[in-house]
Design a protein around this ligand. Structure first.
Ligand code: GLN
Length: 289
């Protein structure tokens, strides 16, 4: 055996030995605790005060998880799920792992629309479904949520997550660059976190993203990095209700260009919001003149 004790706490030194170099001591400990939580249902105090002992097959499972982590595979893929805005979201190679900054976008939408009685919401490029599911869990029966994506695999996974969180969402396959949004009807809120990383940024990115996450959810050409935003903005103009608002997660370097583009397309009341890192990360605009 790779360890000479089957006590859960005795595995922590093994994690540090194998993974500290790659993840650092703190992150390594967090990953260990995350596994204890998801895999064995143990909270941090339970892990350290308890005397949980693993069976041989559980030990082997942990060993294989450590091997995958050592190859830079995201812990979210290994566990098969992650948490987003308090909801459990299934993840895998077919979808982007929900990012914390996207929770800030959901938070903004929640704050600005909590007084509404009835909302039709559209999430374009839903991927894991995290935004749609979080918004449905916030607005509940007040909201009718439609979510579209080009990838059937992503939609299948998002649907599973929606069911798990008891969220009724209307998922549809749609290629927003080529298909019309007209059949979907009118919306009070249209939200999107489309692919926005220019190919040129690839060299700055870590292998845990590049080797394991879907390229189609991340990258755009260097020549036309706002292609999704511009296309969605134009199509959304015809689908937004008179008080309708469009919300975007954006690339931190494109705040100014985004505002200019949105003005040109015909939006008003365009506001940029920074994320907790102080970077331009979100934009909201109104369809009314
Ligand atoms: N924020 C994500 C990242 O940095 C990218 C999300 C996107 O392209 N929509 O990996």
């Amino acid at each position: 055996m790779f360890v000479n004790s089957n006590r859960l706490t005795d595995l922590l030194p093994f994690f540090h030995k194998k993974l500290d170099r790659l993840y650092g001591e703190r992150e390594c400990r967090n990953i260990f605790l995350l596994i204890c939580d998801y895999r064995f249902g143990l909270s941090k105090p339970q892990v350290f005060s308890g005397d949980y002992r693993l069976t041989e097959s559980e030990l082997l499972e942990i060993n294989s998880m450590v091997k995958r982590l050592a190859k830079n595979e995201p812990i979210q893929h290994i566990l098969g799920e992650t948490e987003f805005y308090g909801q459990s979201i299934f993840v895998g190679p077919e979808v982007l792992i929900p990012r914390p900054e996207t929770e800030e976008l959901v938070d903004w939408i929640q704050k600005e629309n909590q007084d509404q009685n009835q909302l039709r919401i559209l999430d374009v490029g839903t991927g894991s479904g995290c935004i749609a599911i979080a918004l449905k869990s916030i607005f509940k029966s007040k909201a009718e949520v439609v979510a579209v994506d080009i990838s059937s695999d992503a939609l299948e996974m998002a649907q599973k997550s929606a069911l798990k969180n008891s969220c009724e969402i209307d998922f549809k396959r749609l290629d927003v660059l080529n298909d019309s949004l007209e059949i979907l009807g009118e919306f009070d809120i249209i939200v999107s976190n489309p692919p926005y990383i220019p190919e040129a940024d690839r060299t700055l990115m870590n292998s845990n993203v590049l080797d394991f996450e879907p390229e189609m959810a991340l990258f755009v050409s260097n020549e036309d990095p706002l292609i999704f935003y511009q296309t969605i903005a134009k199509k959304a103009l015809n689908q937004l209700s008179p008080q309708g608002k469009l919300y975007y997660e954006i690339h931190e370097d494109f705040g100014r260009q985004m505002v200019e583009m949105m003005e040109l397309v015909g939006y008003s009341d365009i506001t940029l919001l920074k994320d907790l890192q102080g970077k331009d990360r979100m934009l909201r605009a109104s369809s009314k003149p």
